[in-house]
Design a protein around this ligand. Structure first.
Ligand SMILES: Nc1ncnc2c1ncn2[C@@H]1O[C@H](COP(=O)(O)OP(=O)(O)OP(=O)(O)O)[C@@H](O)[C@H]1O
Length: 648
């Protein structure tokens, strides 16, 4: 039996009042006479049916299962104790109930039996003994004492039992505490597990949320992919439709391509025919060009290979010149007139006139353009392979430089810049017929029978010396001279500017030097028509001569006399050379002066020469004008043999 059950089984001992109550209900029952346990059992068995319902209802709950053990009567009482008030109350009750004999001790029972009067006990309990009944009273007291003693023992036993039960209960409590600790440990283990499970659950939940997000993203992406796929399918369909359309248009294109190829073949045939025609026309053009050159040359020959133009400068201050007459209807005549005193004396002054005729006479009002038009044909001859020389002759201030170089304005541009412009324009046009030209320019000054390079650009130091050389092919060249390749008109203009700069520098050291020097501009022209295997070579020579004043008139002395002598010598020699050429003399005195030597190739039979004779209109220039016009007439009368182009 367990401690708990044992404790419960002992509890009925402290409630002896039930048997007492039962005994009281059976007032004089014979069972009361016996104090042994079997009697109690018997009494209980008999009393049980009359047990109050409240006792019945509580007893089964608290009654231990082993109620049939030897102490069963106490167990019966235990039911009462369970439903009874506290122990203090119980004692009081016992004290008050005991006399009624419910749990009366055996001594009391025996004393009452000895007295033989059940009525005495009843008197002790329920009523008072008469004063005289001392014995009875003693007996009652003894009975009471016995009862109390019995109760005391019972109480002690109960105390011991209760202590045992308390120890058991403590032991049980300790056990339960241990169990509780164990269960707590288990609980905390369970809690740990629970926390782990919760953590795991949270992780899983978090993972799940992540997966859900991922799933959401994938679903979105899937939607996008689906949309893309739909649009691509649409595009594919459109592309297929386009492809079909292109296929059909390709067929059309192929058909039209075949047509085009057929028409291309036809066109190619036409092109071949046209090319043949173009070739024929080019041949015709070339033949026409050659014919033009021949006719041009014939015309120039008819005009004369040495031509002389006369140009009269305007009077300073304007107005007509009193001694120069220009017949208005004759552009080739000029009359120089002057009154001369009669030597006879009878007739007064006589009008002396000098008539001159030239290839062309330009009056003071003639423009630069007008003058150039007359010589532009000669410039064309230079490109056709003829040497061309154009020079201006006249006294100082007669307008030589103005004629050759001109002024600053466009209208005042002179022969040299206009000729250069025409050369490059004509060369460009001939390029269309297969001609290619190259040009080399030089600019030289002849002063006091020495040469000076006008294109020299060196700084300081002694300028190089120059000598005229003649090659085996009778080509004239100057040593140390600048021969500058040029390809455009602008480049030539730059060279002219350099020459002017050089001349003005020299002018500061020697006053009015330009009037006393000859300046010679030369443009060597080389042309080639590779397709026709034709080449040509020529020189365009443009010369501004020094003033032609006579030494006597100028009354020059010293250095100036030397200058004038050199000038006159070279100009006289120029006249001699031209005359010798005209007379077809065997010896032409080119080498008598630097000027004629330099101009040798331009003055020979293979050249076309144009001379300007410039006239100053002032009356005091009459004598110089007369001399110039006479010189020019002499040149004009020369007939130099037929020129031939330098062609291969
Ligand atoms: N046809 C003309 N129309 C207008 N002005 C002219 C004409 N000819 C010459 N002149 C002017 O006359 C002046 C002298 O002319 P230019 O210098 O050309 O003479 P030149 O003969 O060259 O003299 P030099 O021998 O000293 O060089 C210049 O101022 C020039 O502008």
């Amino acid at each position: 039996m367990s401690g708990k059950e044992n404790a419960l089984s002992r509890l009925p001992i402290m409630s002896a009042k039930r048997p007492a109550a039962a005994a009281s209900s059976n007032t004089s029952g014979s069972s009361m006479e016996s104090t042994g346990q079997p009697a109690q059992k018997k009494q209980r068995r008999e009393a049980e049916p009359a047990r109050p319902k409240a006792a019945l209802s509580t007893a089964p709950v608290r009654r231990p299962p082993a109620a049939s053990v030897s102490r069963a009567p106490r167990a019966t009482g235990a039911a009462t104790v369970a439903a009874a008030p506290s122990r203090g109350v119980l004692r009081k009750t016992v004290a008050s109930v005991a006399p009624r004999g419910g749990a009366r001790p055996a001594a009391a029972a025996s004393s009452s039996n000895k007295a033989g009067a059940g009525g005495a006990v009843a008197a002790a309990v329920g009523g008072r003994r008469p004063g005289w009944d001392m014995r009875g009273k003693v007996s009652d007291m003894q009975a009471k004492l016995q009862s109390l003693q019995s109760r005391d023992r019972t109480a002690k036993e109960e105390t011991l039992e209760l202590r045992g039960a308390a120890a058991s209960a403590q032991q049980r409590a300790a056990q339960l505490g241990e169990e509780l600790e164990g269960q707590r440990g288990q609980l905390s283990a369970y809690r740990g597990e629970l926390a782990e499970v919760r953590g795991e659950l949270e992780r899983e939940a978090s993972e799940r949320r992540g997966l859900q997000r991922e799933l959401g993203g994938l679903q979105e992406a899937h939607k996008v992919v689906l949309t893309l796929r739909d649009s691509q399918e649409l595009e594919l369909q459109a592309g297929r439709a386009k492809l079909l359309a292109q296929g059909s248009s390709l067929e059309l294109l192929q058909a039209s391509l075949q047509q085009l190829q057929a028409s291309l073949q036809q066109r190619e045939q036409e092109v071949r025919l046209l090319q043949d025609t173009v070739g024929q026309q080019k041949d015709a053009l070339h033949a026409g060009e050659m014919e033009r050159r021949q006719l041009h040359n014939t015309l120039q020959e008819l005009k004369g290979n040495i031509r002389v133009f006369c140009r009269v400068r305007p009077l300073v201050g304007g107005g007509p010149s009193p001694h120069i007459l220009l017949p208005p209807d004759d552009h080739k005549a000029l009359v120089l007139a002057r009154s001369e005193e009669s030597h006879v004396g009878r007739t007064g002054d006589t009008q002396k006139t000098y008539n001159f005729s030239f290839d062309r006479v330009f009056g003071p009002s003639a423009s630069q353009q007008e003058v150039f038009e007359e010589i532009s044909l000669l410039v064309q001859s230079a490109l056709d392979g003829y040497n061309v020389c154009c020079f201006a002759y006249g006294q100082t201030g007669s307008g030589k430089t103005f004629t050759m170089e001109g002024g600053d304005s466009d209208a005042a541009v002179g022969v040299i810049p206009r000729a250069v412009q025409q050369v490059f324009l004509a060369a460009h046009k001939l390029g269309a017929q297969g001609w290619e030209f190259s040009f080399t320019a030089s600019f030289v000054e002849v002063y006091n029978e020495s040469l000076r390079d006008l294109l020299y650009t060196g700084k300081g130091g002694k300028r190089p010396e120059h000598e005229i050389r003649k090659s085996a092919a009778n080509e004239i060249s100057v040593t140390n001279l600048t021969y500058q390749k040029v390809a455009t008109e602008g480049q030539v203009q730059n060279l002219i500017a350099i020459a002017n700069q050089n001349r003005s520098t020299a002018q500061t050291t020697l006053n009015d030097r330009s009037s006393r020097s000859h300046s010679v501009f030369q443009l060597d022209i080389q042309g080639e028509n590779a397709g026709r295997d034709v080449r040509c070579k020529s020189t365009l020579c443009l010369v501004d001569l020094a003033g032609s004043e006579r030494v006597l008139k100028s009354q020059a002395q010293g250095e100036r006399f030397k200058e004038m002598t050199a000038i006159n010598g070279s100009l006289s020699n120029l006249g001699l050379v031209i005359t010798a050429l005209a007379n077809k003399e065997s010896h032409i005195p080119y080498r008598n002066s630097k000027l004629t030597y330099l101009l040798q190739s331009c003055l020979g039979g293979n050249s076309k020469t144009l001379m300007f004779v410039n006239i100053a209109p002032e009356p005091d220039s009459f004598g110089e004008s007369l001399n110039s016009l006479r010189f020019a007439s002499k040149v004009n009368d020369c007939f130099v043999g037929t020129a031939s182009a330098n062609k291969k």
